[in-house]
Ligand binder design. Structure first.
Ligand code: FNR
Length: 182
C-alpha cells in the first residue's frame, strides 16, 4: 500500500514528526509511507486556487495517487495547528483530493491528554463537504507524555504504545481495503 503522511508541525525536533517517522520505519514492510512537505505550501488564497504554485499541484497529486493518508497532529490552543489547517484548506478545493480517502489520525504531546481536543476538531474538519475523508472510526491514538516515550533516535520505547499502534495500523489497512471504490 502507498500512504502519504501529513505532519502538523514545522518544529525541527517535532514530537509528531518523530512519531510519523517512527510509523514510516516500523511499518515499511506493510506500506510505503511518504511524509509530505506541507511546510512548503503558501498560505491558501481563493485567488490562487485555480492557478496555484506547482508545489500545491505536486502535493495534491501525491495525495490523489495514495491509498490513504496518515495525519500526525500536535495540539495548539485546543485545536490543530494553522499549518495543518492551511494544507487541508488547499486540499479541500478544486479537485478536492481528499474526498473518499481513508485517513488515520495520530497525535502526541508532552501533556497527559495527548492531543485529544485537537483530534476532536480534526475529525470535524475532515467531515466537511470539501474534504469528506473516510476517517478510520475509533482507533484514537492520543500519546500523552510523548517526549518521554521517544529515545534519542526517535524510536518509540513505550511498548504498550507501539503495540497499540500495531493494532491501529492493521485496522487502517483493513479500512483501506473495505472503503475501496467508495
Ligand atoms: C502548545 N502546546 C499545547 N499542548 C496541549 O496539550 N494543548 C494545547 O492546547 C497546546 N497549545 C500549544 C500552543 C502552541 C502555540 C504551542 C507552540 C504549543 C504544547 C504542545 O503540545 C507541544 O509544544 C508539542 O511538542 C507540539 O508538538 P510538536 O511540534 O512537538 O510535534
Amino acid at each position: 500500500m502507498k500512504f502519504v503522511a501529513i505532519v502538523g508541525s514545522l518544529k525541527k525536533q517535532s514530537l509528531n514528526r518523530k512519531l510519523a517517522a517512527y510509523i514510516q520505519e516500523r511499518y515499511k514492510e506493510k506500506a510505503d509511507i511518504e511524509i509530505l512537505p506541507i511546510e512548503k505550501l503558501p498560505f491558501y488564497s481563493e485567488d490562487e486556487e485555480l492557478n496555484p504554485p506547482s508545489i500545491v499541484t505536486d502535493i495534491k497529486k501525491k495525495i490523489a495517487d495514495s491509498d490513504g493518508i496518515i495525519i500526525a497532529t500536535p495540539e495548539y490552543n485546543h485545536s490543530i495547528p494553522g499549518v495543518l489547517k492551511n494544507a487541508l484548506d488547499w486540499f479541500s478545493r478544486v479537485d478536492r483530493v481528499m474526498v473518499g480517502k481513508p485517513v488515520m489520525i495520530v497525535g502526541g504531546s508532552p501533556g497527559i491528554l495527548g492531543t485529544v481536543r485537537a483530534q476532536v476538531h480534526l475529525r470535524q474538519i475532515l467531515n466537511s463537504p470539501g474534504i469528506s475523508a473516510l476517517v478510520l472510526p475509533g482507533n484514537e491514538v492520543f500519546v500523552g507524555g510523548l517526549h518521554e516515550k521517544l529515545d534519542e533516535s526517535g524510536h518509540l520505547t513505550h511498548e504498550p504504545t507501539s503495540q497499540f499502534l500495531d493494532g491501529v495500523m492493521d485496522n487502517f489497512q483493513k479500512w483501506v481495503e473495505r472503503t475501496k471504490g467508495f
